[in-house]
Design a protein around this ligand. Structure first.
Ligand code: UD1
Ligand code: CA
Length: 460
């Protein structure tokens, strides 16, 4: 049977010093609480219950972005972790097991949770712990000679000997629901903080003869809690490090894996090279042998094998086929769709523009709402005038057309296959295939003309 999941997130998070509830602060572009929910969702739980208090409106509004049913439980006053779990249990049936998670422990993995639930399904109270090099003010784990957990002592209530213990309570635990409910009905707030401690169930379990099983995570970072912005930044770097490590294991090279941010999912073929200060947002997939230059940003795009993205290029919502060359300093906006071997150079912006195989726009150009055939050459300074202040209009350019430098293409406009637009033209009407369009004033030359400067010199 799958577990019921309870996620605690009612606390204020005052150390964040923020108007945003702590659990809505993001790691790799996604709120911590959403990460925890998604990890828990991998267990296919019976139901998920969120205990909310501070910032409940903002948190509930954020949940619309997630799929799946979530039950929110209001804890108006934060009387302690034991109280929080108890009120959530009012919505959970007695059979099966319950798993308790924290909205501010964002790096927990599915494997650890699955192990924790499995031990609870054997009838144990199962607690996720870690060996911390610096256990600070976390709850300490006391074990008996047989290795079972005997008690959890909160730092504020601990003796010096107990504070010397380095195994800590992550807060994450699972137990058969009927036992958990029974223990929580028996805990009292007799401690330094006057709170209902969830951790007090340990001694009740021991007294009831229920084995308390500790699952020690291999990497302490998995259970790190985020209480302030420094810890948020630390969790961010840890998470980014995990992502780059798995990409490196899959055959991707980084100039420096510490200077890349992946905010979403990045999938790469082998032999990609990713330079420094690059950011990947949303769903990005890249084929084999893609080179990404420094300072590049790629969002929600598909990049074909062998593509070269040069420095400081920004790509969003684009499909780029194999062997294209983009940038440096190109801006590829949503709806850009490039066939193989397209070349987009510096200071070129494209939007809703499809370019055929081998088409080129090497410098200083705007291509918006355009369909451009294969092998077309777009000269420097070309602009598609796609907007009249009310509507957007289309420009269509046929195969192998040559658009001279500094052409102004006033849409709606069609330019035929093999047509040629002379440099500096303003083109407002159809250009038939294989014809030349010249849309500029004819040059006049006035010989022996005296410029004002030369005129003055003569008078002196
Ligand atoms: C708790 C544990 C401690 C553990 C630590 C790990 C207890 C008594 N102590 O301490 O052993 O080492 O977590 O981080 O459980 N919350 C509510 N409602 C409440 C109180 C808390 O929803 O009434 C939520 C908070 O928003 C937070 C989580 O529970 O997400 C933990 O609460 P917090 O006050 O930070 O517990 P700690 O004192 O850190
Ligand atoms: Ca805490």
């Amino acid at each position: 049977m799958t577990p019921n999941v309870i996620i605690l997130a009612a606390g204020k998070g005052s150390r964040m010093k923020s108007n945003i509830p702590k659990v809505l602060h993001s790691i790799a572009g996604e709120p911590m609480l959403h990460r925890v929910i998604k990890t828990a969702a991998q267990l296919a739980p019976e139901e998920m219950h969120l205990v909310l208090g501070h910032g409940i409106d903002q948190i509930e509004a954020s949940l619309n972005a997630l799929d799946g049913p979530l039950n929110t439980v209001l804890q108006a006053e934060q009387l302690g972790t034991g109280h929080a779990v108890k009120i959530a249990l009012a919505h959970v049936p007695d059979d099966g097991v319950s798993l308790v998670l924290y909205g501010d422990v964002p790096l927990i993995t599915h494997d650890t949770l699955a192990e924790c639930v499995a031990a609870a399904q054997l009838g144990h109270l199962s607690i996720v712990t870690a060996e911390f090099s610096d256990p600070a003010q976390l709850g300490r784990i006391a074990r008996n000679d047989a290795g079972y957990i005997e008690a959890i002592i909160e730092y504020k209530d601990a003796s010096d000997d107990q504070r010397a213990i380095t195994e800590i309570n992550s807060g994450i635990l699972a137990a058969p629901t009927h036992l958990l409910r029974n223990w929580l009905n028996r805990i009292e707030p007799n401690n330094t903080q006057g709170e209902y401690y969830l951790t007090d169930i340990v001694s009740l379990a021991v007294a009831d003869g229920v084995a308390v099983h500790g699952i020690v995570v291999a990497d302490e970072n998995e259970v790190m809690g985020v209480n302030d912005r420094a810890q948020l930044a630390e969790a961010e770097r840890l998470f980014q490090g995990q992502q780059t490590a798995s990409l490196m294991a899959a055959g991707v090279s980084f100039a420096d894996p510490a200077r890349v941010d992946i905010r979403g999912s990045l999938s790469c073929g082998i032999d990609c090279f990713i330079d420094i200060n690059t950011v990947f947002i949303g769903d990005v997939s890249m084929g084999e042998g893609v080179t990404v230059g420094p300072g590049v940003v790629v969002e929600d795009s598909t990049i074909g094998g062998g593509v070269r993205i040069n420095a400081h290029t920004v790509i969003e919502g684009a499909i780029v086929a194999e062997d294209c060359q983009l940038g440096p300093f190109a801006r590829i906006r949503p709806g850009s769709n490039f066939a193989a071997g397209v070349k987009i150079g510096n200071f070129v912006e494209t939007k809703k523009a499809s370019l055929g195989k081998g088409a080129k726009a090497s410098h200083l150009t705007y291509l918006g709402d355009a369909i451009i055939g294969p092998e077309v050459n777009i000269g420097a300074g070309t602009v598609t005038c796609n907007y009249d202040g009310v509507d957007k209009h289309q420009t269509t350019i046929g195969k192998r057309a040559f658009i001279g430098t500094n052409s102004t293409l006033v849409a709606p406009l069609e330019i035929g296959d093999d047509a040629f637009v002379a440099a500096g033209s303003t083109v407002t009407s159809t250009v038939e295939p294989e014809s030349l369009a010249v849309g500029r004033a004819r040059q006049r030359t006035i010989s022996k003309w005296l410029s004002p400067i030369r005129r003055r010199k003569r008078q002196e």
